[in-house]
Design a protein around this ligand. Structure first.
Ligand code: AHN
Ligand code: ZN
Length: 354
């Protein structure tokens, strides 16, 4: 027996009628196509496509920064003790940072270098670099320093001025935030390439009561080396963000001088995203002073427009930075996970909106 679709005998009466109407339906569909969809291939259509693309951009899911995880990464660093170049704690922390980053990306580079400090002693340093989407042209450069200062030379107690500091805020906080960002990127890659560069030997500048050696080049030795010898040939990034002291309770991040001078667009972008997330109390509209930090060398030597998110506070006892800056009280007890969250969520939003 014939069983073609149009064999009316194969269908009950109602179905037969419907089946026989099918050609009419096809005609209606074709008419609809002609009326609405085909003209859309012209000028109007491109608008529709644009709208769709815009919606896609807005819908990008920004991961949730985990402040407890970031805090754990900060504490792990301080648990090694002060990470002063030349010490065992420094070497052990370097190994831990490398192993941790390797859990999040296969692209981890250790850049070994030698640097001369203010009093001519020579130290071995290690810049630690982790890359995500290394093949991408469009890149963001994120950094912090991971060494800690050998001298608590701003401590109110002069007998502590030669004591190395934990650097929970000054060093470990920014590094902890970046490790958590690396962890998030390992779970969901962004649309842009990202390099995380952890600088060594940032904080071996001369003690404040020393007369000699008070020049900018005695700070940021790791960033100076990297900016002159980038880890890849002709390295470049569209812009950079440095984190320094991003873990104190109620931190204040005014717009730092060199950041505004070299990269005002980046400052505007980051501060407006922070504000949109409700973090305007942290990312203030005040203008801060000019700080000789790692971003200064990235701007001047590597030509990458780079900003510094740094806790500055004119009302603090040291008159410029957060109150326990370069004191023995810069320890894990003074780290507040809420501030790590503010900075980390802002950065993740910046990255995932690219
Ligand atoms: C000076 O005070 C010259 N530079 C500050 C850079 C720094 C030190 N950031 C953290 N520790
Ligand atoms: Zn410091």
């Amino acid at each position: 027996m014939k069983t073609s679709l149009w064999n009316t005998k194969a269908f009950p009466a109602g179905a037969k009628q419907a089946a026989e109407r099918k050609p009419d339906f096809l005609l209606v569909v074709l008419a609809l196509l002609a009326a609405f969809i085909l003209p859309a291939c012209g000028g109007n259509g491109s608008k529709t496509v644009n709208t769709t693309q815009k919606m896609k951009t807005v819908e990008v899911k920004v991961p949730e920064f985990n402040a407890d995880s970031a805090f754990y990464f900060v504490k792990k660093q301080t648990d090694f003790g002060p990470r002063v170049p030349g010490t065992e704690a420094h070497a052990e922390c370097a190994a831990w940072l490398v192993a941790t980053l390797k859990r999040f990306t296969p692209e981890v580079t250790v850049q070994d270098f030698k640097a001369r400090v203010y009093d001519n002693r020579i130290f071995e340093g290690q810049n630690i670099i982790a890359s995500f989407k290394p093949e991408f042209q469009r890149r963001i450069f994120l950094s912090s320093h991971w060494d800690s200062r050998p001298y608590a030379d701003h401590d109110p107690d002069p007998s502590k001025h030669n004591t190395p500091i934990d650097g929970a805020n000054d060093g470990a906080s920014g590094t902890g935030v970046l490790l958590e960002i690396a962890r998030q990127m390992s779970m969901q890659l962004p649309n842009v390439g990202v390099d995380i560069v952890l600088f060594d030997l940032e904080d071996y500048g001369p003690p404040q009561d020393k007369q000699a050696g008070q020049n900018a080049e005695n700070w940021g030795l790791g960033s100076q080396y990297w900016a002159k010898n980038p880890h890849t040939f002709h390295y470049s990034a569209n812009y950079g963000i440095l984190l320094d002291m991003v873990g104190a309770a109620d931190a204040q991040f005014p717009r730092e001088g060199y950041s505004v001078y070299y990269a005002s667009d980046v400052v505007d972008k980051v501060w407006s995203i922070a504000r949109s997330l409700g973090y305007g109390d942290y990312f203030t509209d005040k203008t801060g002073g000019y700080i000789t930090d790692d971003h200064y060398f990235v701007n001047t030597l590597a030509d990458i427009p780079t900003i510094d998110i740094i806790h500055m506070d004119e009302s603090s006892s040291n008159g410029s930075f957060y109150e326990y800056w370069h004191t023995v009280n810069d320890n894990i007890q003074h780290i507040d996970p809420s501030t790590l969250k503010v900075v980390g969520q802002t950065l993740l939003t910046v990255i995932y909106k690219e």
